[in-house]
Design a protein around this ligand. Sequence first.
Ligand SMILES: C[S@@+](CC[C@H](N)C(=O)[O-])C[C@H]1O[C@@H](n2cnc3c(N)ncnc32)[C@H](O)[C@@H]1O
Length: 245
Amino acid sequence: MAALKALAAQLLAWLLVAAGSVALGRPPAPSLPLAAVQGILAAGIGILLKSERWWIAIHLLFSPALVLALRLDLPPSLYLAVLAGLTFVFWTTFRGEVPLFLSNRATAQAVLGLLPDTPGLRVIDLGAGTGGLLRQLAQARPEARFTGVEHAPLPYLVARFNARGLANLAVQRADLWRQPLAEQDVVYAFLSPAVMARLGDKARAELRPGALLISNSFPLPDGAPKWVVDVPDRRGTRLYCYRME
Ligand SMILES: C[S@@+](CC[C@H](N)C(=O)[O-])C[C@H]1O[C@@H](n2cnc3c(N)ncnc32)[C@H](O)[C@@H]1O
């Protein structure tokens, strides 16, 4: 798992730095040069462990940033507050490997164009984030029923707020992997490459034939999409669409 690899790289790099300092007869005090050396070692270990590119950058900067932050002499309660804030926003991202980033308005518009005209259509957003996409869809299709599933507390609360006044939009605080999909006509997901195989298995096991799976940015590892929609936005969003058989 990525988080464990990162922890191992950081700890091993600090052990190497401490051992090196002791060997040179210097106590391993947290100085900026020492932190920089630790960062380089951690990044090297990260590369050996085949970590993703962004982890290498994090390894390089983590300890130097820590040493610089210590120099600012900030109150410990501030660190606690930041940790609590990040936890409520990202929740178990370190375990599930699905961070919070949001679909933009152009993407919501493209998804709207993909929704069939079926009366009583049911649409679910697995990992609904702050619910902005669902709000846009639910406003445009008042006769369809929309569900958002989100497990991180703060995004969930914002999504509940975003669902205000919309009788056709329900937001649940739940684990998307435990959410039954049999009754859904369209599943929208904007997750991460790490979970796409699992999502494909779940969709194929639970969705009815004819149901549509739309995955923002990340294709399923097996099986070609029925079609791919290029959204005209700056990030070049692609929607991978799968029709269940
Ligand atoms: C990339 S965001 C997408 C948000 C939204 N669907 C959108 O397109 O704007 C993924 C969301 O999935 C949520 N998530 C990740 N794992 C989850 C799980 N197991 N159960 C429910 N939500 C989850 C994250 O907290 C995050 O808010």
